[in-house]
Design a protein around this ligand. Structure first.
Ligand code: AMP
Length: 192
């Protein structure tokens, strides 16, 4: 079993790399951003609650996100592992995830941190905005999301560094180069 976290600020390519990883290694993609956006488009109670936070570039409260993740993980009984994308985003979420995974004796194996400089992040998200139609892909909200990332999510690096499972990936390169570097690390880990 292989559980991977893709960690990085908005616009670092987590979604793109997750898609490639799950296809190659037959893992389950768990993107809390995608789950929340789907709930918003279906106008479910979760979506109605989450919309306000997302539109303001703020994090959806931990208990709301954790409730959803718990539901999904309970449903997935047979799986080769997860790629967590955009989750966890706070220390509390990371601790709760560890508890959930300990119950099934399948800890997080690898955390890939995608490093991209701030100037490039803005360029990428503003570019994505032209296609995505995402309500939070505008300059003001991006600024807020990056600030929230630094304040609330960056401390997670230390949490995972201490466990010795962090892999720093230069995310400024082309998609296939980034993917190749990630695969190199996964293959090496699996062969150990
Ligand atoms: P993303 O698609 O991962 O960039 O997420 C888009 C937005 O959804 C974020 O800016 C947050 O408002 C919300 N969101 C996604 N994942 C989480 C999470 N794990 N915890 C709290 N809020 C989240």
């Amino acid at each position: 079993m292989l559980n991977i976290i893709l960690f990085g600020a908005p616009g670092t390519g987590k979604g793109t790399q997750s898609g490639l990883i799950i296809e190659k290694y037959r893992l389950v993609h768990l993107s809390t951003g995608d789950i929340l956006r789907e709930a918003i488009s279906k106008e479910t109670p979760l979506g109605l609650e989450a919309k306000h936070y997302i539109d303001h570039g703020l994090l959806v409260p931990d208990n709301v996100v954790l409730g959803e993740v718990n539901e999904i993980m309970k449903q997935k009984k047979e799986y080769a592992g997860f790629v967590f994308d955009g989750f966890p985003r706070t220390i509390l979420q990371a601790e709760a995830l560890d508890v959930m995974l300990n119950e099934i004796h399948a800890p997080i194996n690898m955390v890939f941190t995608l490093d991209v400089n701030e100037e490039e992040l803005f360029l990428r998200i503003l570019n994505r905005a032209k296609l995505s139609g995402r309500s939070d892909d505008n300059e003001e909200t991006i600024r807020k999301r990056v600030a929230v990332f630094k304040a609330q999510s960056l401390p997670l690096l230390d949490y995972y560094e201490k466990q010795g499972i962090c892999y720093h990936i230069d995310g400024m390169r082309k998609i296939d180069e980034v993917f190749a570097h990630i695969c190199e690390n996964i293959d090496y880990y699996k062969d150990k």
